[in-house]
Design a protein around this ligand. Sequence first.
Ligand code: ADP
Ligand code: ZN
Ligand code: ZN
Length: 816
Amino acid sequence: MNYFIEVIVPLSLPKTFTYKVSEAEYYFIKKGMRIAVPFGKNKVYTALVIDLHQNPPTLYEAKEIHQILDEKPIVNELQIKHWFWIASYYMCNIGDVYRGALPSALVLESETIITLQTATVVNQTELSDDEFLIYEALQDQSSLKIQNIVAILNKKTVFPVIQKLLTKGIISLQEEVQEEYKPKFVKYIRLHQDYQEENKLVELLDNLKSDKRKNLVLQYFQLQAQQKNPISIKQLTETANASSSIVKSLVEKNIFEEYHIQQDRVNFDKNKTENQLDLSQAQQTAFDEIEKSFTKKEVCLLHGVTSSGKTEIYTKLIDTYNKEGKQVLYLLPEIALTTQLVSRLTQYFGNKVGVFHSKYNNNERVEVWQNVLQNSEKAQIVIGARSALFLPFSNLGLIIVDEEHEATFKQHDPAPRYHARDSAIVLANSHQAKVLLGSATPSIETYYNATSGKFGLVYLKERFGKVQMPDIELVDLKDSYFRKKMKGHFSLTLIEQITEAFSNGEQVILFQNRRGFSPVIECLTCGHVPQCPQCDVSLTFHKFKYQLRCHYCGHSIAKPTNCHACSSVDLETRGFGTEQIELELAELFPTKNIKRMDQDTTRGKYSFEKIIDGFKNREIDVLVGTQMLAKGLDFDNVSLVGVMNADNMLYHPDFRAFERSYQMLTQVSGRAGRSEKRGKVVIQTYNPLHNVIQQVSKNDYEGMYKEQLYERQIYKYPPFFRLIRLTLKHRDFEKLKEGSMWLYQVLQQNLAVPVLGPEEPAIGRIRNEYIRTIMVKIPNETNLQNTKKTIQKVLNSFDTVVQYRAIKVSVNVDFY
Ligand code: ADP
Ligand code: ZN
Ligand code: ZN
């Protein structure tokens, strides 16, 4: 009798593989266990068992396995089924899905590099012999590969030892960084209650003997008169030129008192107990409607305006499912996954909350994986970004997809190029769980599904606490420039509004779209703009580092003093980015604290949160930022939002440009005035009469939707057509051109649906590879599965054409 197992290997290969096992192994192994298997010449990979059988492979001789890595499955059958769905729907290899789904610490392979975790204190007596040998080797060598360890231990079965060392925190896999972030608590200072009345003041000053102390108190009053913001100890000591010990002595004398400002994303009245959640009338109605909708439909859209209190509704809903003993998954875009939100949910659900973040290190991710796998108390509610979808849930009751319109739910590279919202719906279906999609600006696709009856639809039209929607004012840039009502990129209207906000002690957010307006250096003599040598883009100018840099590959050079083409020294900066605005703002308001939030200032693990905390703590007066500002942030002291230029988003060559502009502008506007006071939004634009701009200013989502839907139908786009985009890449321009033409023609001959291209994308070359794209548009009436099969067949034959074999082709289904 022969015994075989069928496994997935973590490589981009379309097939599963068959290995030979002994009878004893056969009866021990279960689907979902990991097995170390030999592959290729002398590589070892962590494969995953998906089946056990007695059929020898026909095309090759089955090899024997190295060893069994698990005692119990670490992946369940629902997941495996879901992976195969993803591979088939998104046209990628099952190996890609496996690789993308598991935390890398669980998929060791020959290439994995292992290093010592220096921060861990190791008790050597508690190490096994094998563990010790590896530990010792890492004292001399900074890193080891699996084959080194095989040599050191003189055996093939090394994965379990490595796994143990990982769990003990002694070693780590190379890519991970250890860093911890605690929200910063700034100390503020105010006058003690006893001295807050006017007449006490004279008495206070009389009582103070030391001049230094007197001076400090006087400085405090001066600051207080100038600004409404809280006064930090740092600011006070700096203005008074005093040491912090004087402040301390005044605190000890109960003249001053220290305090902190810290706000959670969701604020509750202090006197409410943690276990009751009071929804407003409108929230309660929405909640009831959602529950009702779930009795009839699997998916429900909660279309609630910004600041309507969607989070509270989610919380209450989570509570319901949690009480029924069901697991809950709460998905949101990476960037909206803030510590504030997590701490809010932990306050309510305690340690039942697990967090799964791509910035988490391997150990943390494996821990969450294990907790979910065991259906442990600690992971009944999992909050996470896109990839949390792959956790080993066995008993899901509810999936929430917050900010469902966000493009970041779609993975671009590498494969699997899945959409987390859509994949969540499929996953929920196999668990018989419900899905709640939430957004203030739903995607056209989702709203179409909701209005056509496929999904349930619940509205929440008022803001929490009956706060009014912000007042949106449009400033015509053309007219303002013409009438000289501009200072730099700021209209006088915007400057006025900023001044007013400051005088009320309120904060300001300024939004500048990242794309299209990055500053470049242009030669005034010959018009030359320095380009990246590896990509077809202009280098952007970074003032602070005095560098020109490529946003695509990171290539950078010092700012040139003369033109590389004609040697002229007449160089000028064109375009404006967030840096430019920050500089102009600093000139307009020299005493204000201005911070910038964009890709450059938020690279580190927690730099994003540090800026957010600073802003929440009111140390920062103005936040200048890119799209990052639009995502689910809640600041209660922001009365003004300024959009520097609304137009550049509108004119993107992308069928979603208008939808996205509407979403972006509405979301950014939503940051204004979230407390009692009505917020103000100033949008600067060259096209104040443009339909999308008008729709934003009138909060007219329906109008935007209807217009866009009409366009989508006419121009053959979702939700009426599905898009599959093929991207071809190669270093040789001519070969790529030929190859993409070949592919285009064969597709067109074989498909009865529109095929467009081959097109050179806006950026035609990245890292020295030329790029061409082909788009296939599949009407809803056409069988999607068959069309995909045909495309796959054509791709397979493309692969057999010798001269095109080196051209890389990637497939993006439901292109976003
Ligand atoms: P959304 O996600 O819809 O934009 P949030 O959930 O951030 O809105 O809520 C907006 C504000 O209203 C938050 O500051 C939140 O603390 C507050 N809020 C919402 N619901 C309640 C409630 N039921 N009780 C107290 N405060 C609430
Ligand atoms: Zn020149
Ligand atoms: Zn580049």
